[in-house]
Design a protein around this ligand. Structure first.
Ligand code: AGP
Length: 603
């Protein structure tokens, strides 16, 4: 997820584009750049780091009539000046900024190189500028729509050409793009935040739309050139609300981004017959792995715990998991058939990093799962599977937890395939992962989650219980509530209650129970009965249509039925929204919880 802003029309200071980028920095902030047209001269300026770094290398007084700008969240190619956008073609006349992922960029790049094009960056985006160059016969619009037809994946782009300083083209498929014009300028951007200082009358472009802008006039067409009329929207939000997309907090926005984040994580991940694709792992001899070490912290550790259950069930391997702060100080035994998986959304967590270094010193190989391209963990691991969740501003992990789970399920399925253990059940799980964004949208719009939160907002203690793979969900649910509402929440395997924790329960200590219709359903039901017998108030998450649990619970939150081993994915937005609403109703800021940091870079 990157941020695009582009302005064309009357003269304006290049700093207008910098201000626009600042508004989009929550979308990505590892490098930035501007391509400015001054007459027929195209000036491209790029810099690694935040937008302020770019401001220091820009001639602030420069006045231009057209410019495109970008703030980046790397997916292909480490954050550096070369990989920063905009990207130009061989002539240096065409400049492109892009948000999204071009799936077929590798084969397009190979073809273009065979035709003599010279590439400067490692990005997927650069193929777009060279393809436009390849298709350019004097008409930029025609060159762009010919190019769009052969791109696979998700994109929002803005394009300029120094031979036509009065023209700008924008297009979208899968990534957001908004346009707004006033009597002087037209502005294109990834969301309304940079536009509302010029006009509050905008058009949210739809997938397959191309916008042709000349001066401050625009025309919208489809990819075949047919004119389309789109409705205008009047924006009433103030700028800070706009950054949150109209949501009250980043955390709530990021929970609502889960379906889109899953789609980004699944891009290019399935081949024939729903079998997973992981080219990054071609060098790994996964067939011979007998022992998996999992290391992570906090929410990432809980994602690892879900993988442990999945891997032990389907891969016939031993899985050892530990929190990194313990793992790094324990003797590490690495055998030739040991694989280590390190999970870290930020890619900078000190304990996880030191654990990776310890494994490397012991001669082990490490697969990292991370969300930040170029982060230290991704550089020190042998290979990284990227989560593609986009930047997460809220300190409490939400969409990144879900994308960690997605990558771990994909890794598990890929190892099943590599080890010749593929069965219909795995095809079914793959199909359900692909269908997940639809089901998660249903869960997120389920109003009973907020009303349940309202019923429990004044308690000071909470116990989360689950069985099997949902023991991890119970631990994660408790962590979410702890870290943003400061309620003393504990998570336990439900079968462990009678060995002590049940002593805690009374009318002031409610229970959050995960009881899906799976092979441990009956066991969970009797555990709920146990807690009920201690007068605890119970909120249960159950599979749609299960009326039985209503009889033994005070509140029931229903979720769609899925394969029993992927319920942690369906339960994730439930625990995140429940904790979010309780924190919000208690008057706390869920985005910046006390005592916590988004990335723990110290021991
Ligand atoms: C989760 O909401 C917390 N932010 C925290 O537990 C986090 O998961 C932990 O610090 C690990 O961070 P990482 O994934 O960036 O390594």
């Amino acid at each position: 997820m990157c941020g695009i802003v582009a302005i064309i029309g009357h003269e304006f200071k290049v700093t207008e584009l910098i201000e626009g980028l600042k508004k989009l920095e929550y979308r990505g902030y590892d490098s930035a750049g501007i391509a400015a047209l001054n007459g027929n001269q195209l000036i491209v300026t790029k810099s690694v780091g935040r937008v302020d770094a770019l401001r220091t290398v820009i001639e602030e007084t420069k006045v231009i009539k057209s410019g495109i700008a970008h703030t980046r969240w790397a997916t292909h190619g480490a954050p550096n000046d070369t990989n920063a956008h905009p990207h130009t073609d061989c002539t240096g006349k065409i400049a492109v900024v892009h948000n999204g992922i071009i799936e077929n960029y590798q084969e397009l790049k190979t073809e273009l190189i065979s035709r003599g094009h010279v590439f400067k960056s490692e990005t997927d985006t650069e193929v777009i500028s060279h393809l436009i160059e390849e298709n350019f016969k004097g008409d930029l619009y025609q060159a762009v729509i010919s190019t769009l037809k052969i791109l696979k994946g998700a994109f929002a782009i803005a394009v300029i050409h120094s031979d036509m300083p009065n023209v700008m083209i924008g297009a979208r498929k899968g990534s957001p793009l908004v346009v707004g014009c006033n009597d002087k300028y037209c502005v294109l951007a990834s969301d309304v935040t940079p536009i509302i200082r010029y006009t509050r009358d905008v058009i949210f472009l739809e997938d397959g739309d191309v916008v042709y802008i000349e001066g401050n006039k625009m025309r919208i067409t489809d990819f075949s050139g047919n004119t389309i009329v789109r409705k205008h929207t009047q924006i009433t939000w103030d700028e800070s609300a706009a950054e949150k997309g109209g949501f009250k907090h980043f955390m709530l926005k990021e929970i609502h981004e889960v379906p889109e984040a899953i789609e980004s994580a699944l891009v290019g991940r399935f081949g024939q017959d729903f079998e997973p694709v992981m080219r990054e792992l071609d060098e790994f001899n996964l067939e011979s792995v007998k022992r998996i070490l999992l290391v992570a912290c906090g929410t990432s550790y809980h994602a690892g715990l879900v993988f442990k259950y999945f891997a032990e069930k389907y891969l016939d391997v031993d899985v050892l998991i530990d929190v990194a702060s313990e793992f790094r100080y324990r003797p590490i035994r690495i055998t030739p058939d040991t694989l280590t998986i390190a999970i870290s959304q930020s890619g900078e967590t000190a304990d996880t990093l030191e654990s990776i270094r310890a494994v490397k010193r012991a001669g082990g190989k490490v697969i990292a799962i991370s969300n930040v391209v170029g982060s230290t963990i991704t550089r020190e691991s042998d290979v990284t599977l990227y989560m593609n969740a986009g930047p997460e501003i809220g300190v409490a992990a939400s969409k990144t937890y879900v994308n960690q789970l997605i990558l771990l399920y994909l890794l598990g399925l890929y190892m099943v395939k590599k080890r010749g253990m593929w069965a219909n059940e795995h095809t079914e799980i793959s199909k359900q992962l692909i269908d997940l964004p639809r089901l998660i949208k249903k869960v997120i719009s389920n109003k009973t989650i907020e009303s349940a939160a309202d019923n429990y907002k004044n308690y000071h203690h909470f116990m989360y219980i689950g069985r099997g793979i949902n023991t991890a969900t119970a631990l994660e649910g408790a962590l979410k509530l702890k870290e943003i509402s400061y309620i003393n929440a504990v998570g336990y395997p439900a079968g462990e209650l009678k060995h002590g924790p049940i002593a805690l329960l009374d009318p002031k200590f409610p229970v959050f129970a995960f009881a899906p219709k799976d092979s441990l359903y009956e066991k969970m039901r009797s555990n709920i009965e146990e807690t009920r017998a201690r007068n605890a108030r119970i909120v249960t998450v159950a599979t749609e249509g299960d009326e039985e649990l209503k009889k033994i619970s005070h509140d029931v939150i229903y979720v769609p039925s899925v394969h029993e081993d992927i319920y942690p994915l369906i339960f994730a937005p439930v625990i995140q929204l429940f904790a979010y609403h309780i924190a919000d109703k208690r008057g706390y800021d869920p985005d910046k919880p006390r005592n916590l940091a988004k990335s723990v870079t110290v021991e």
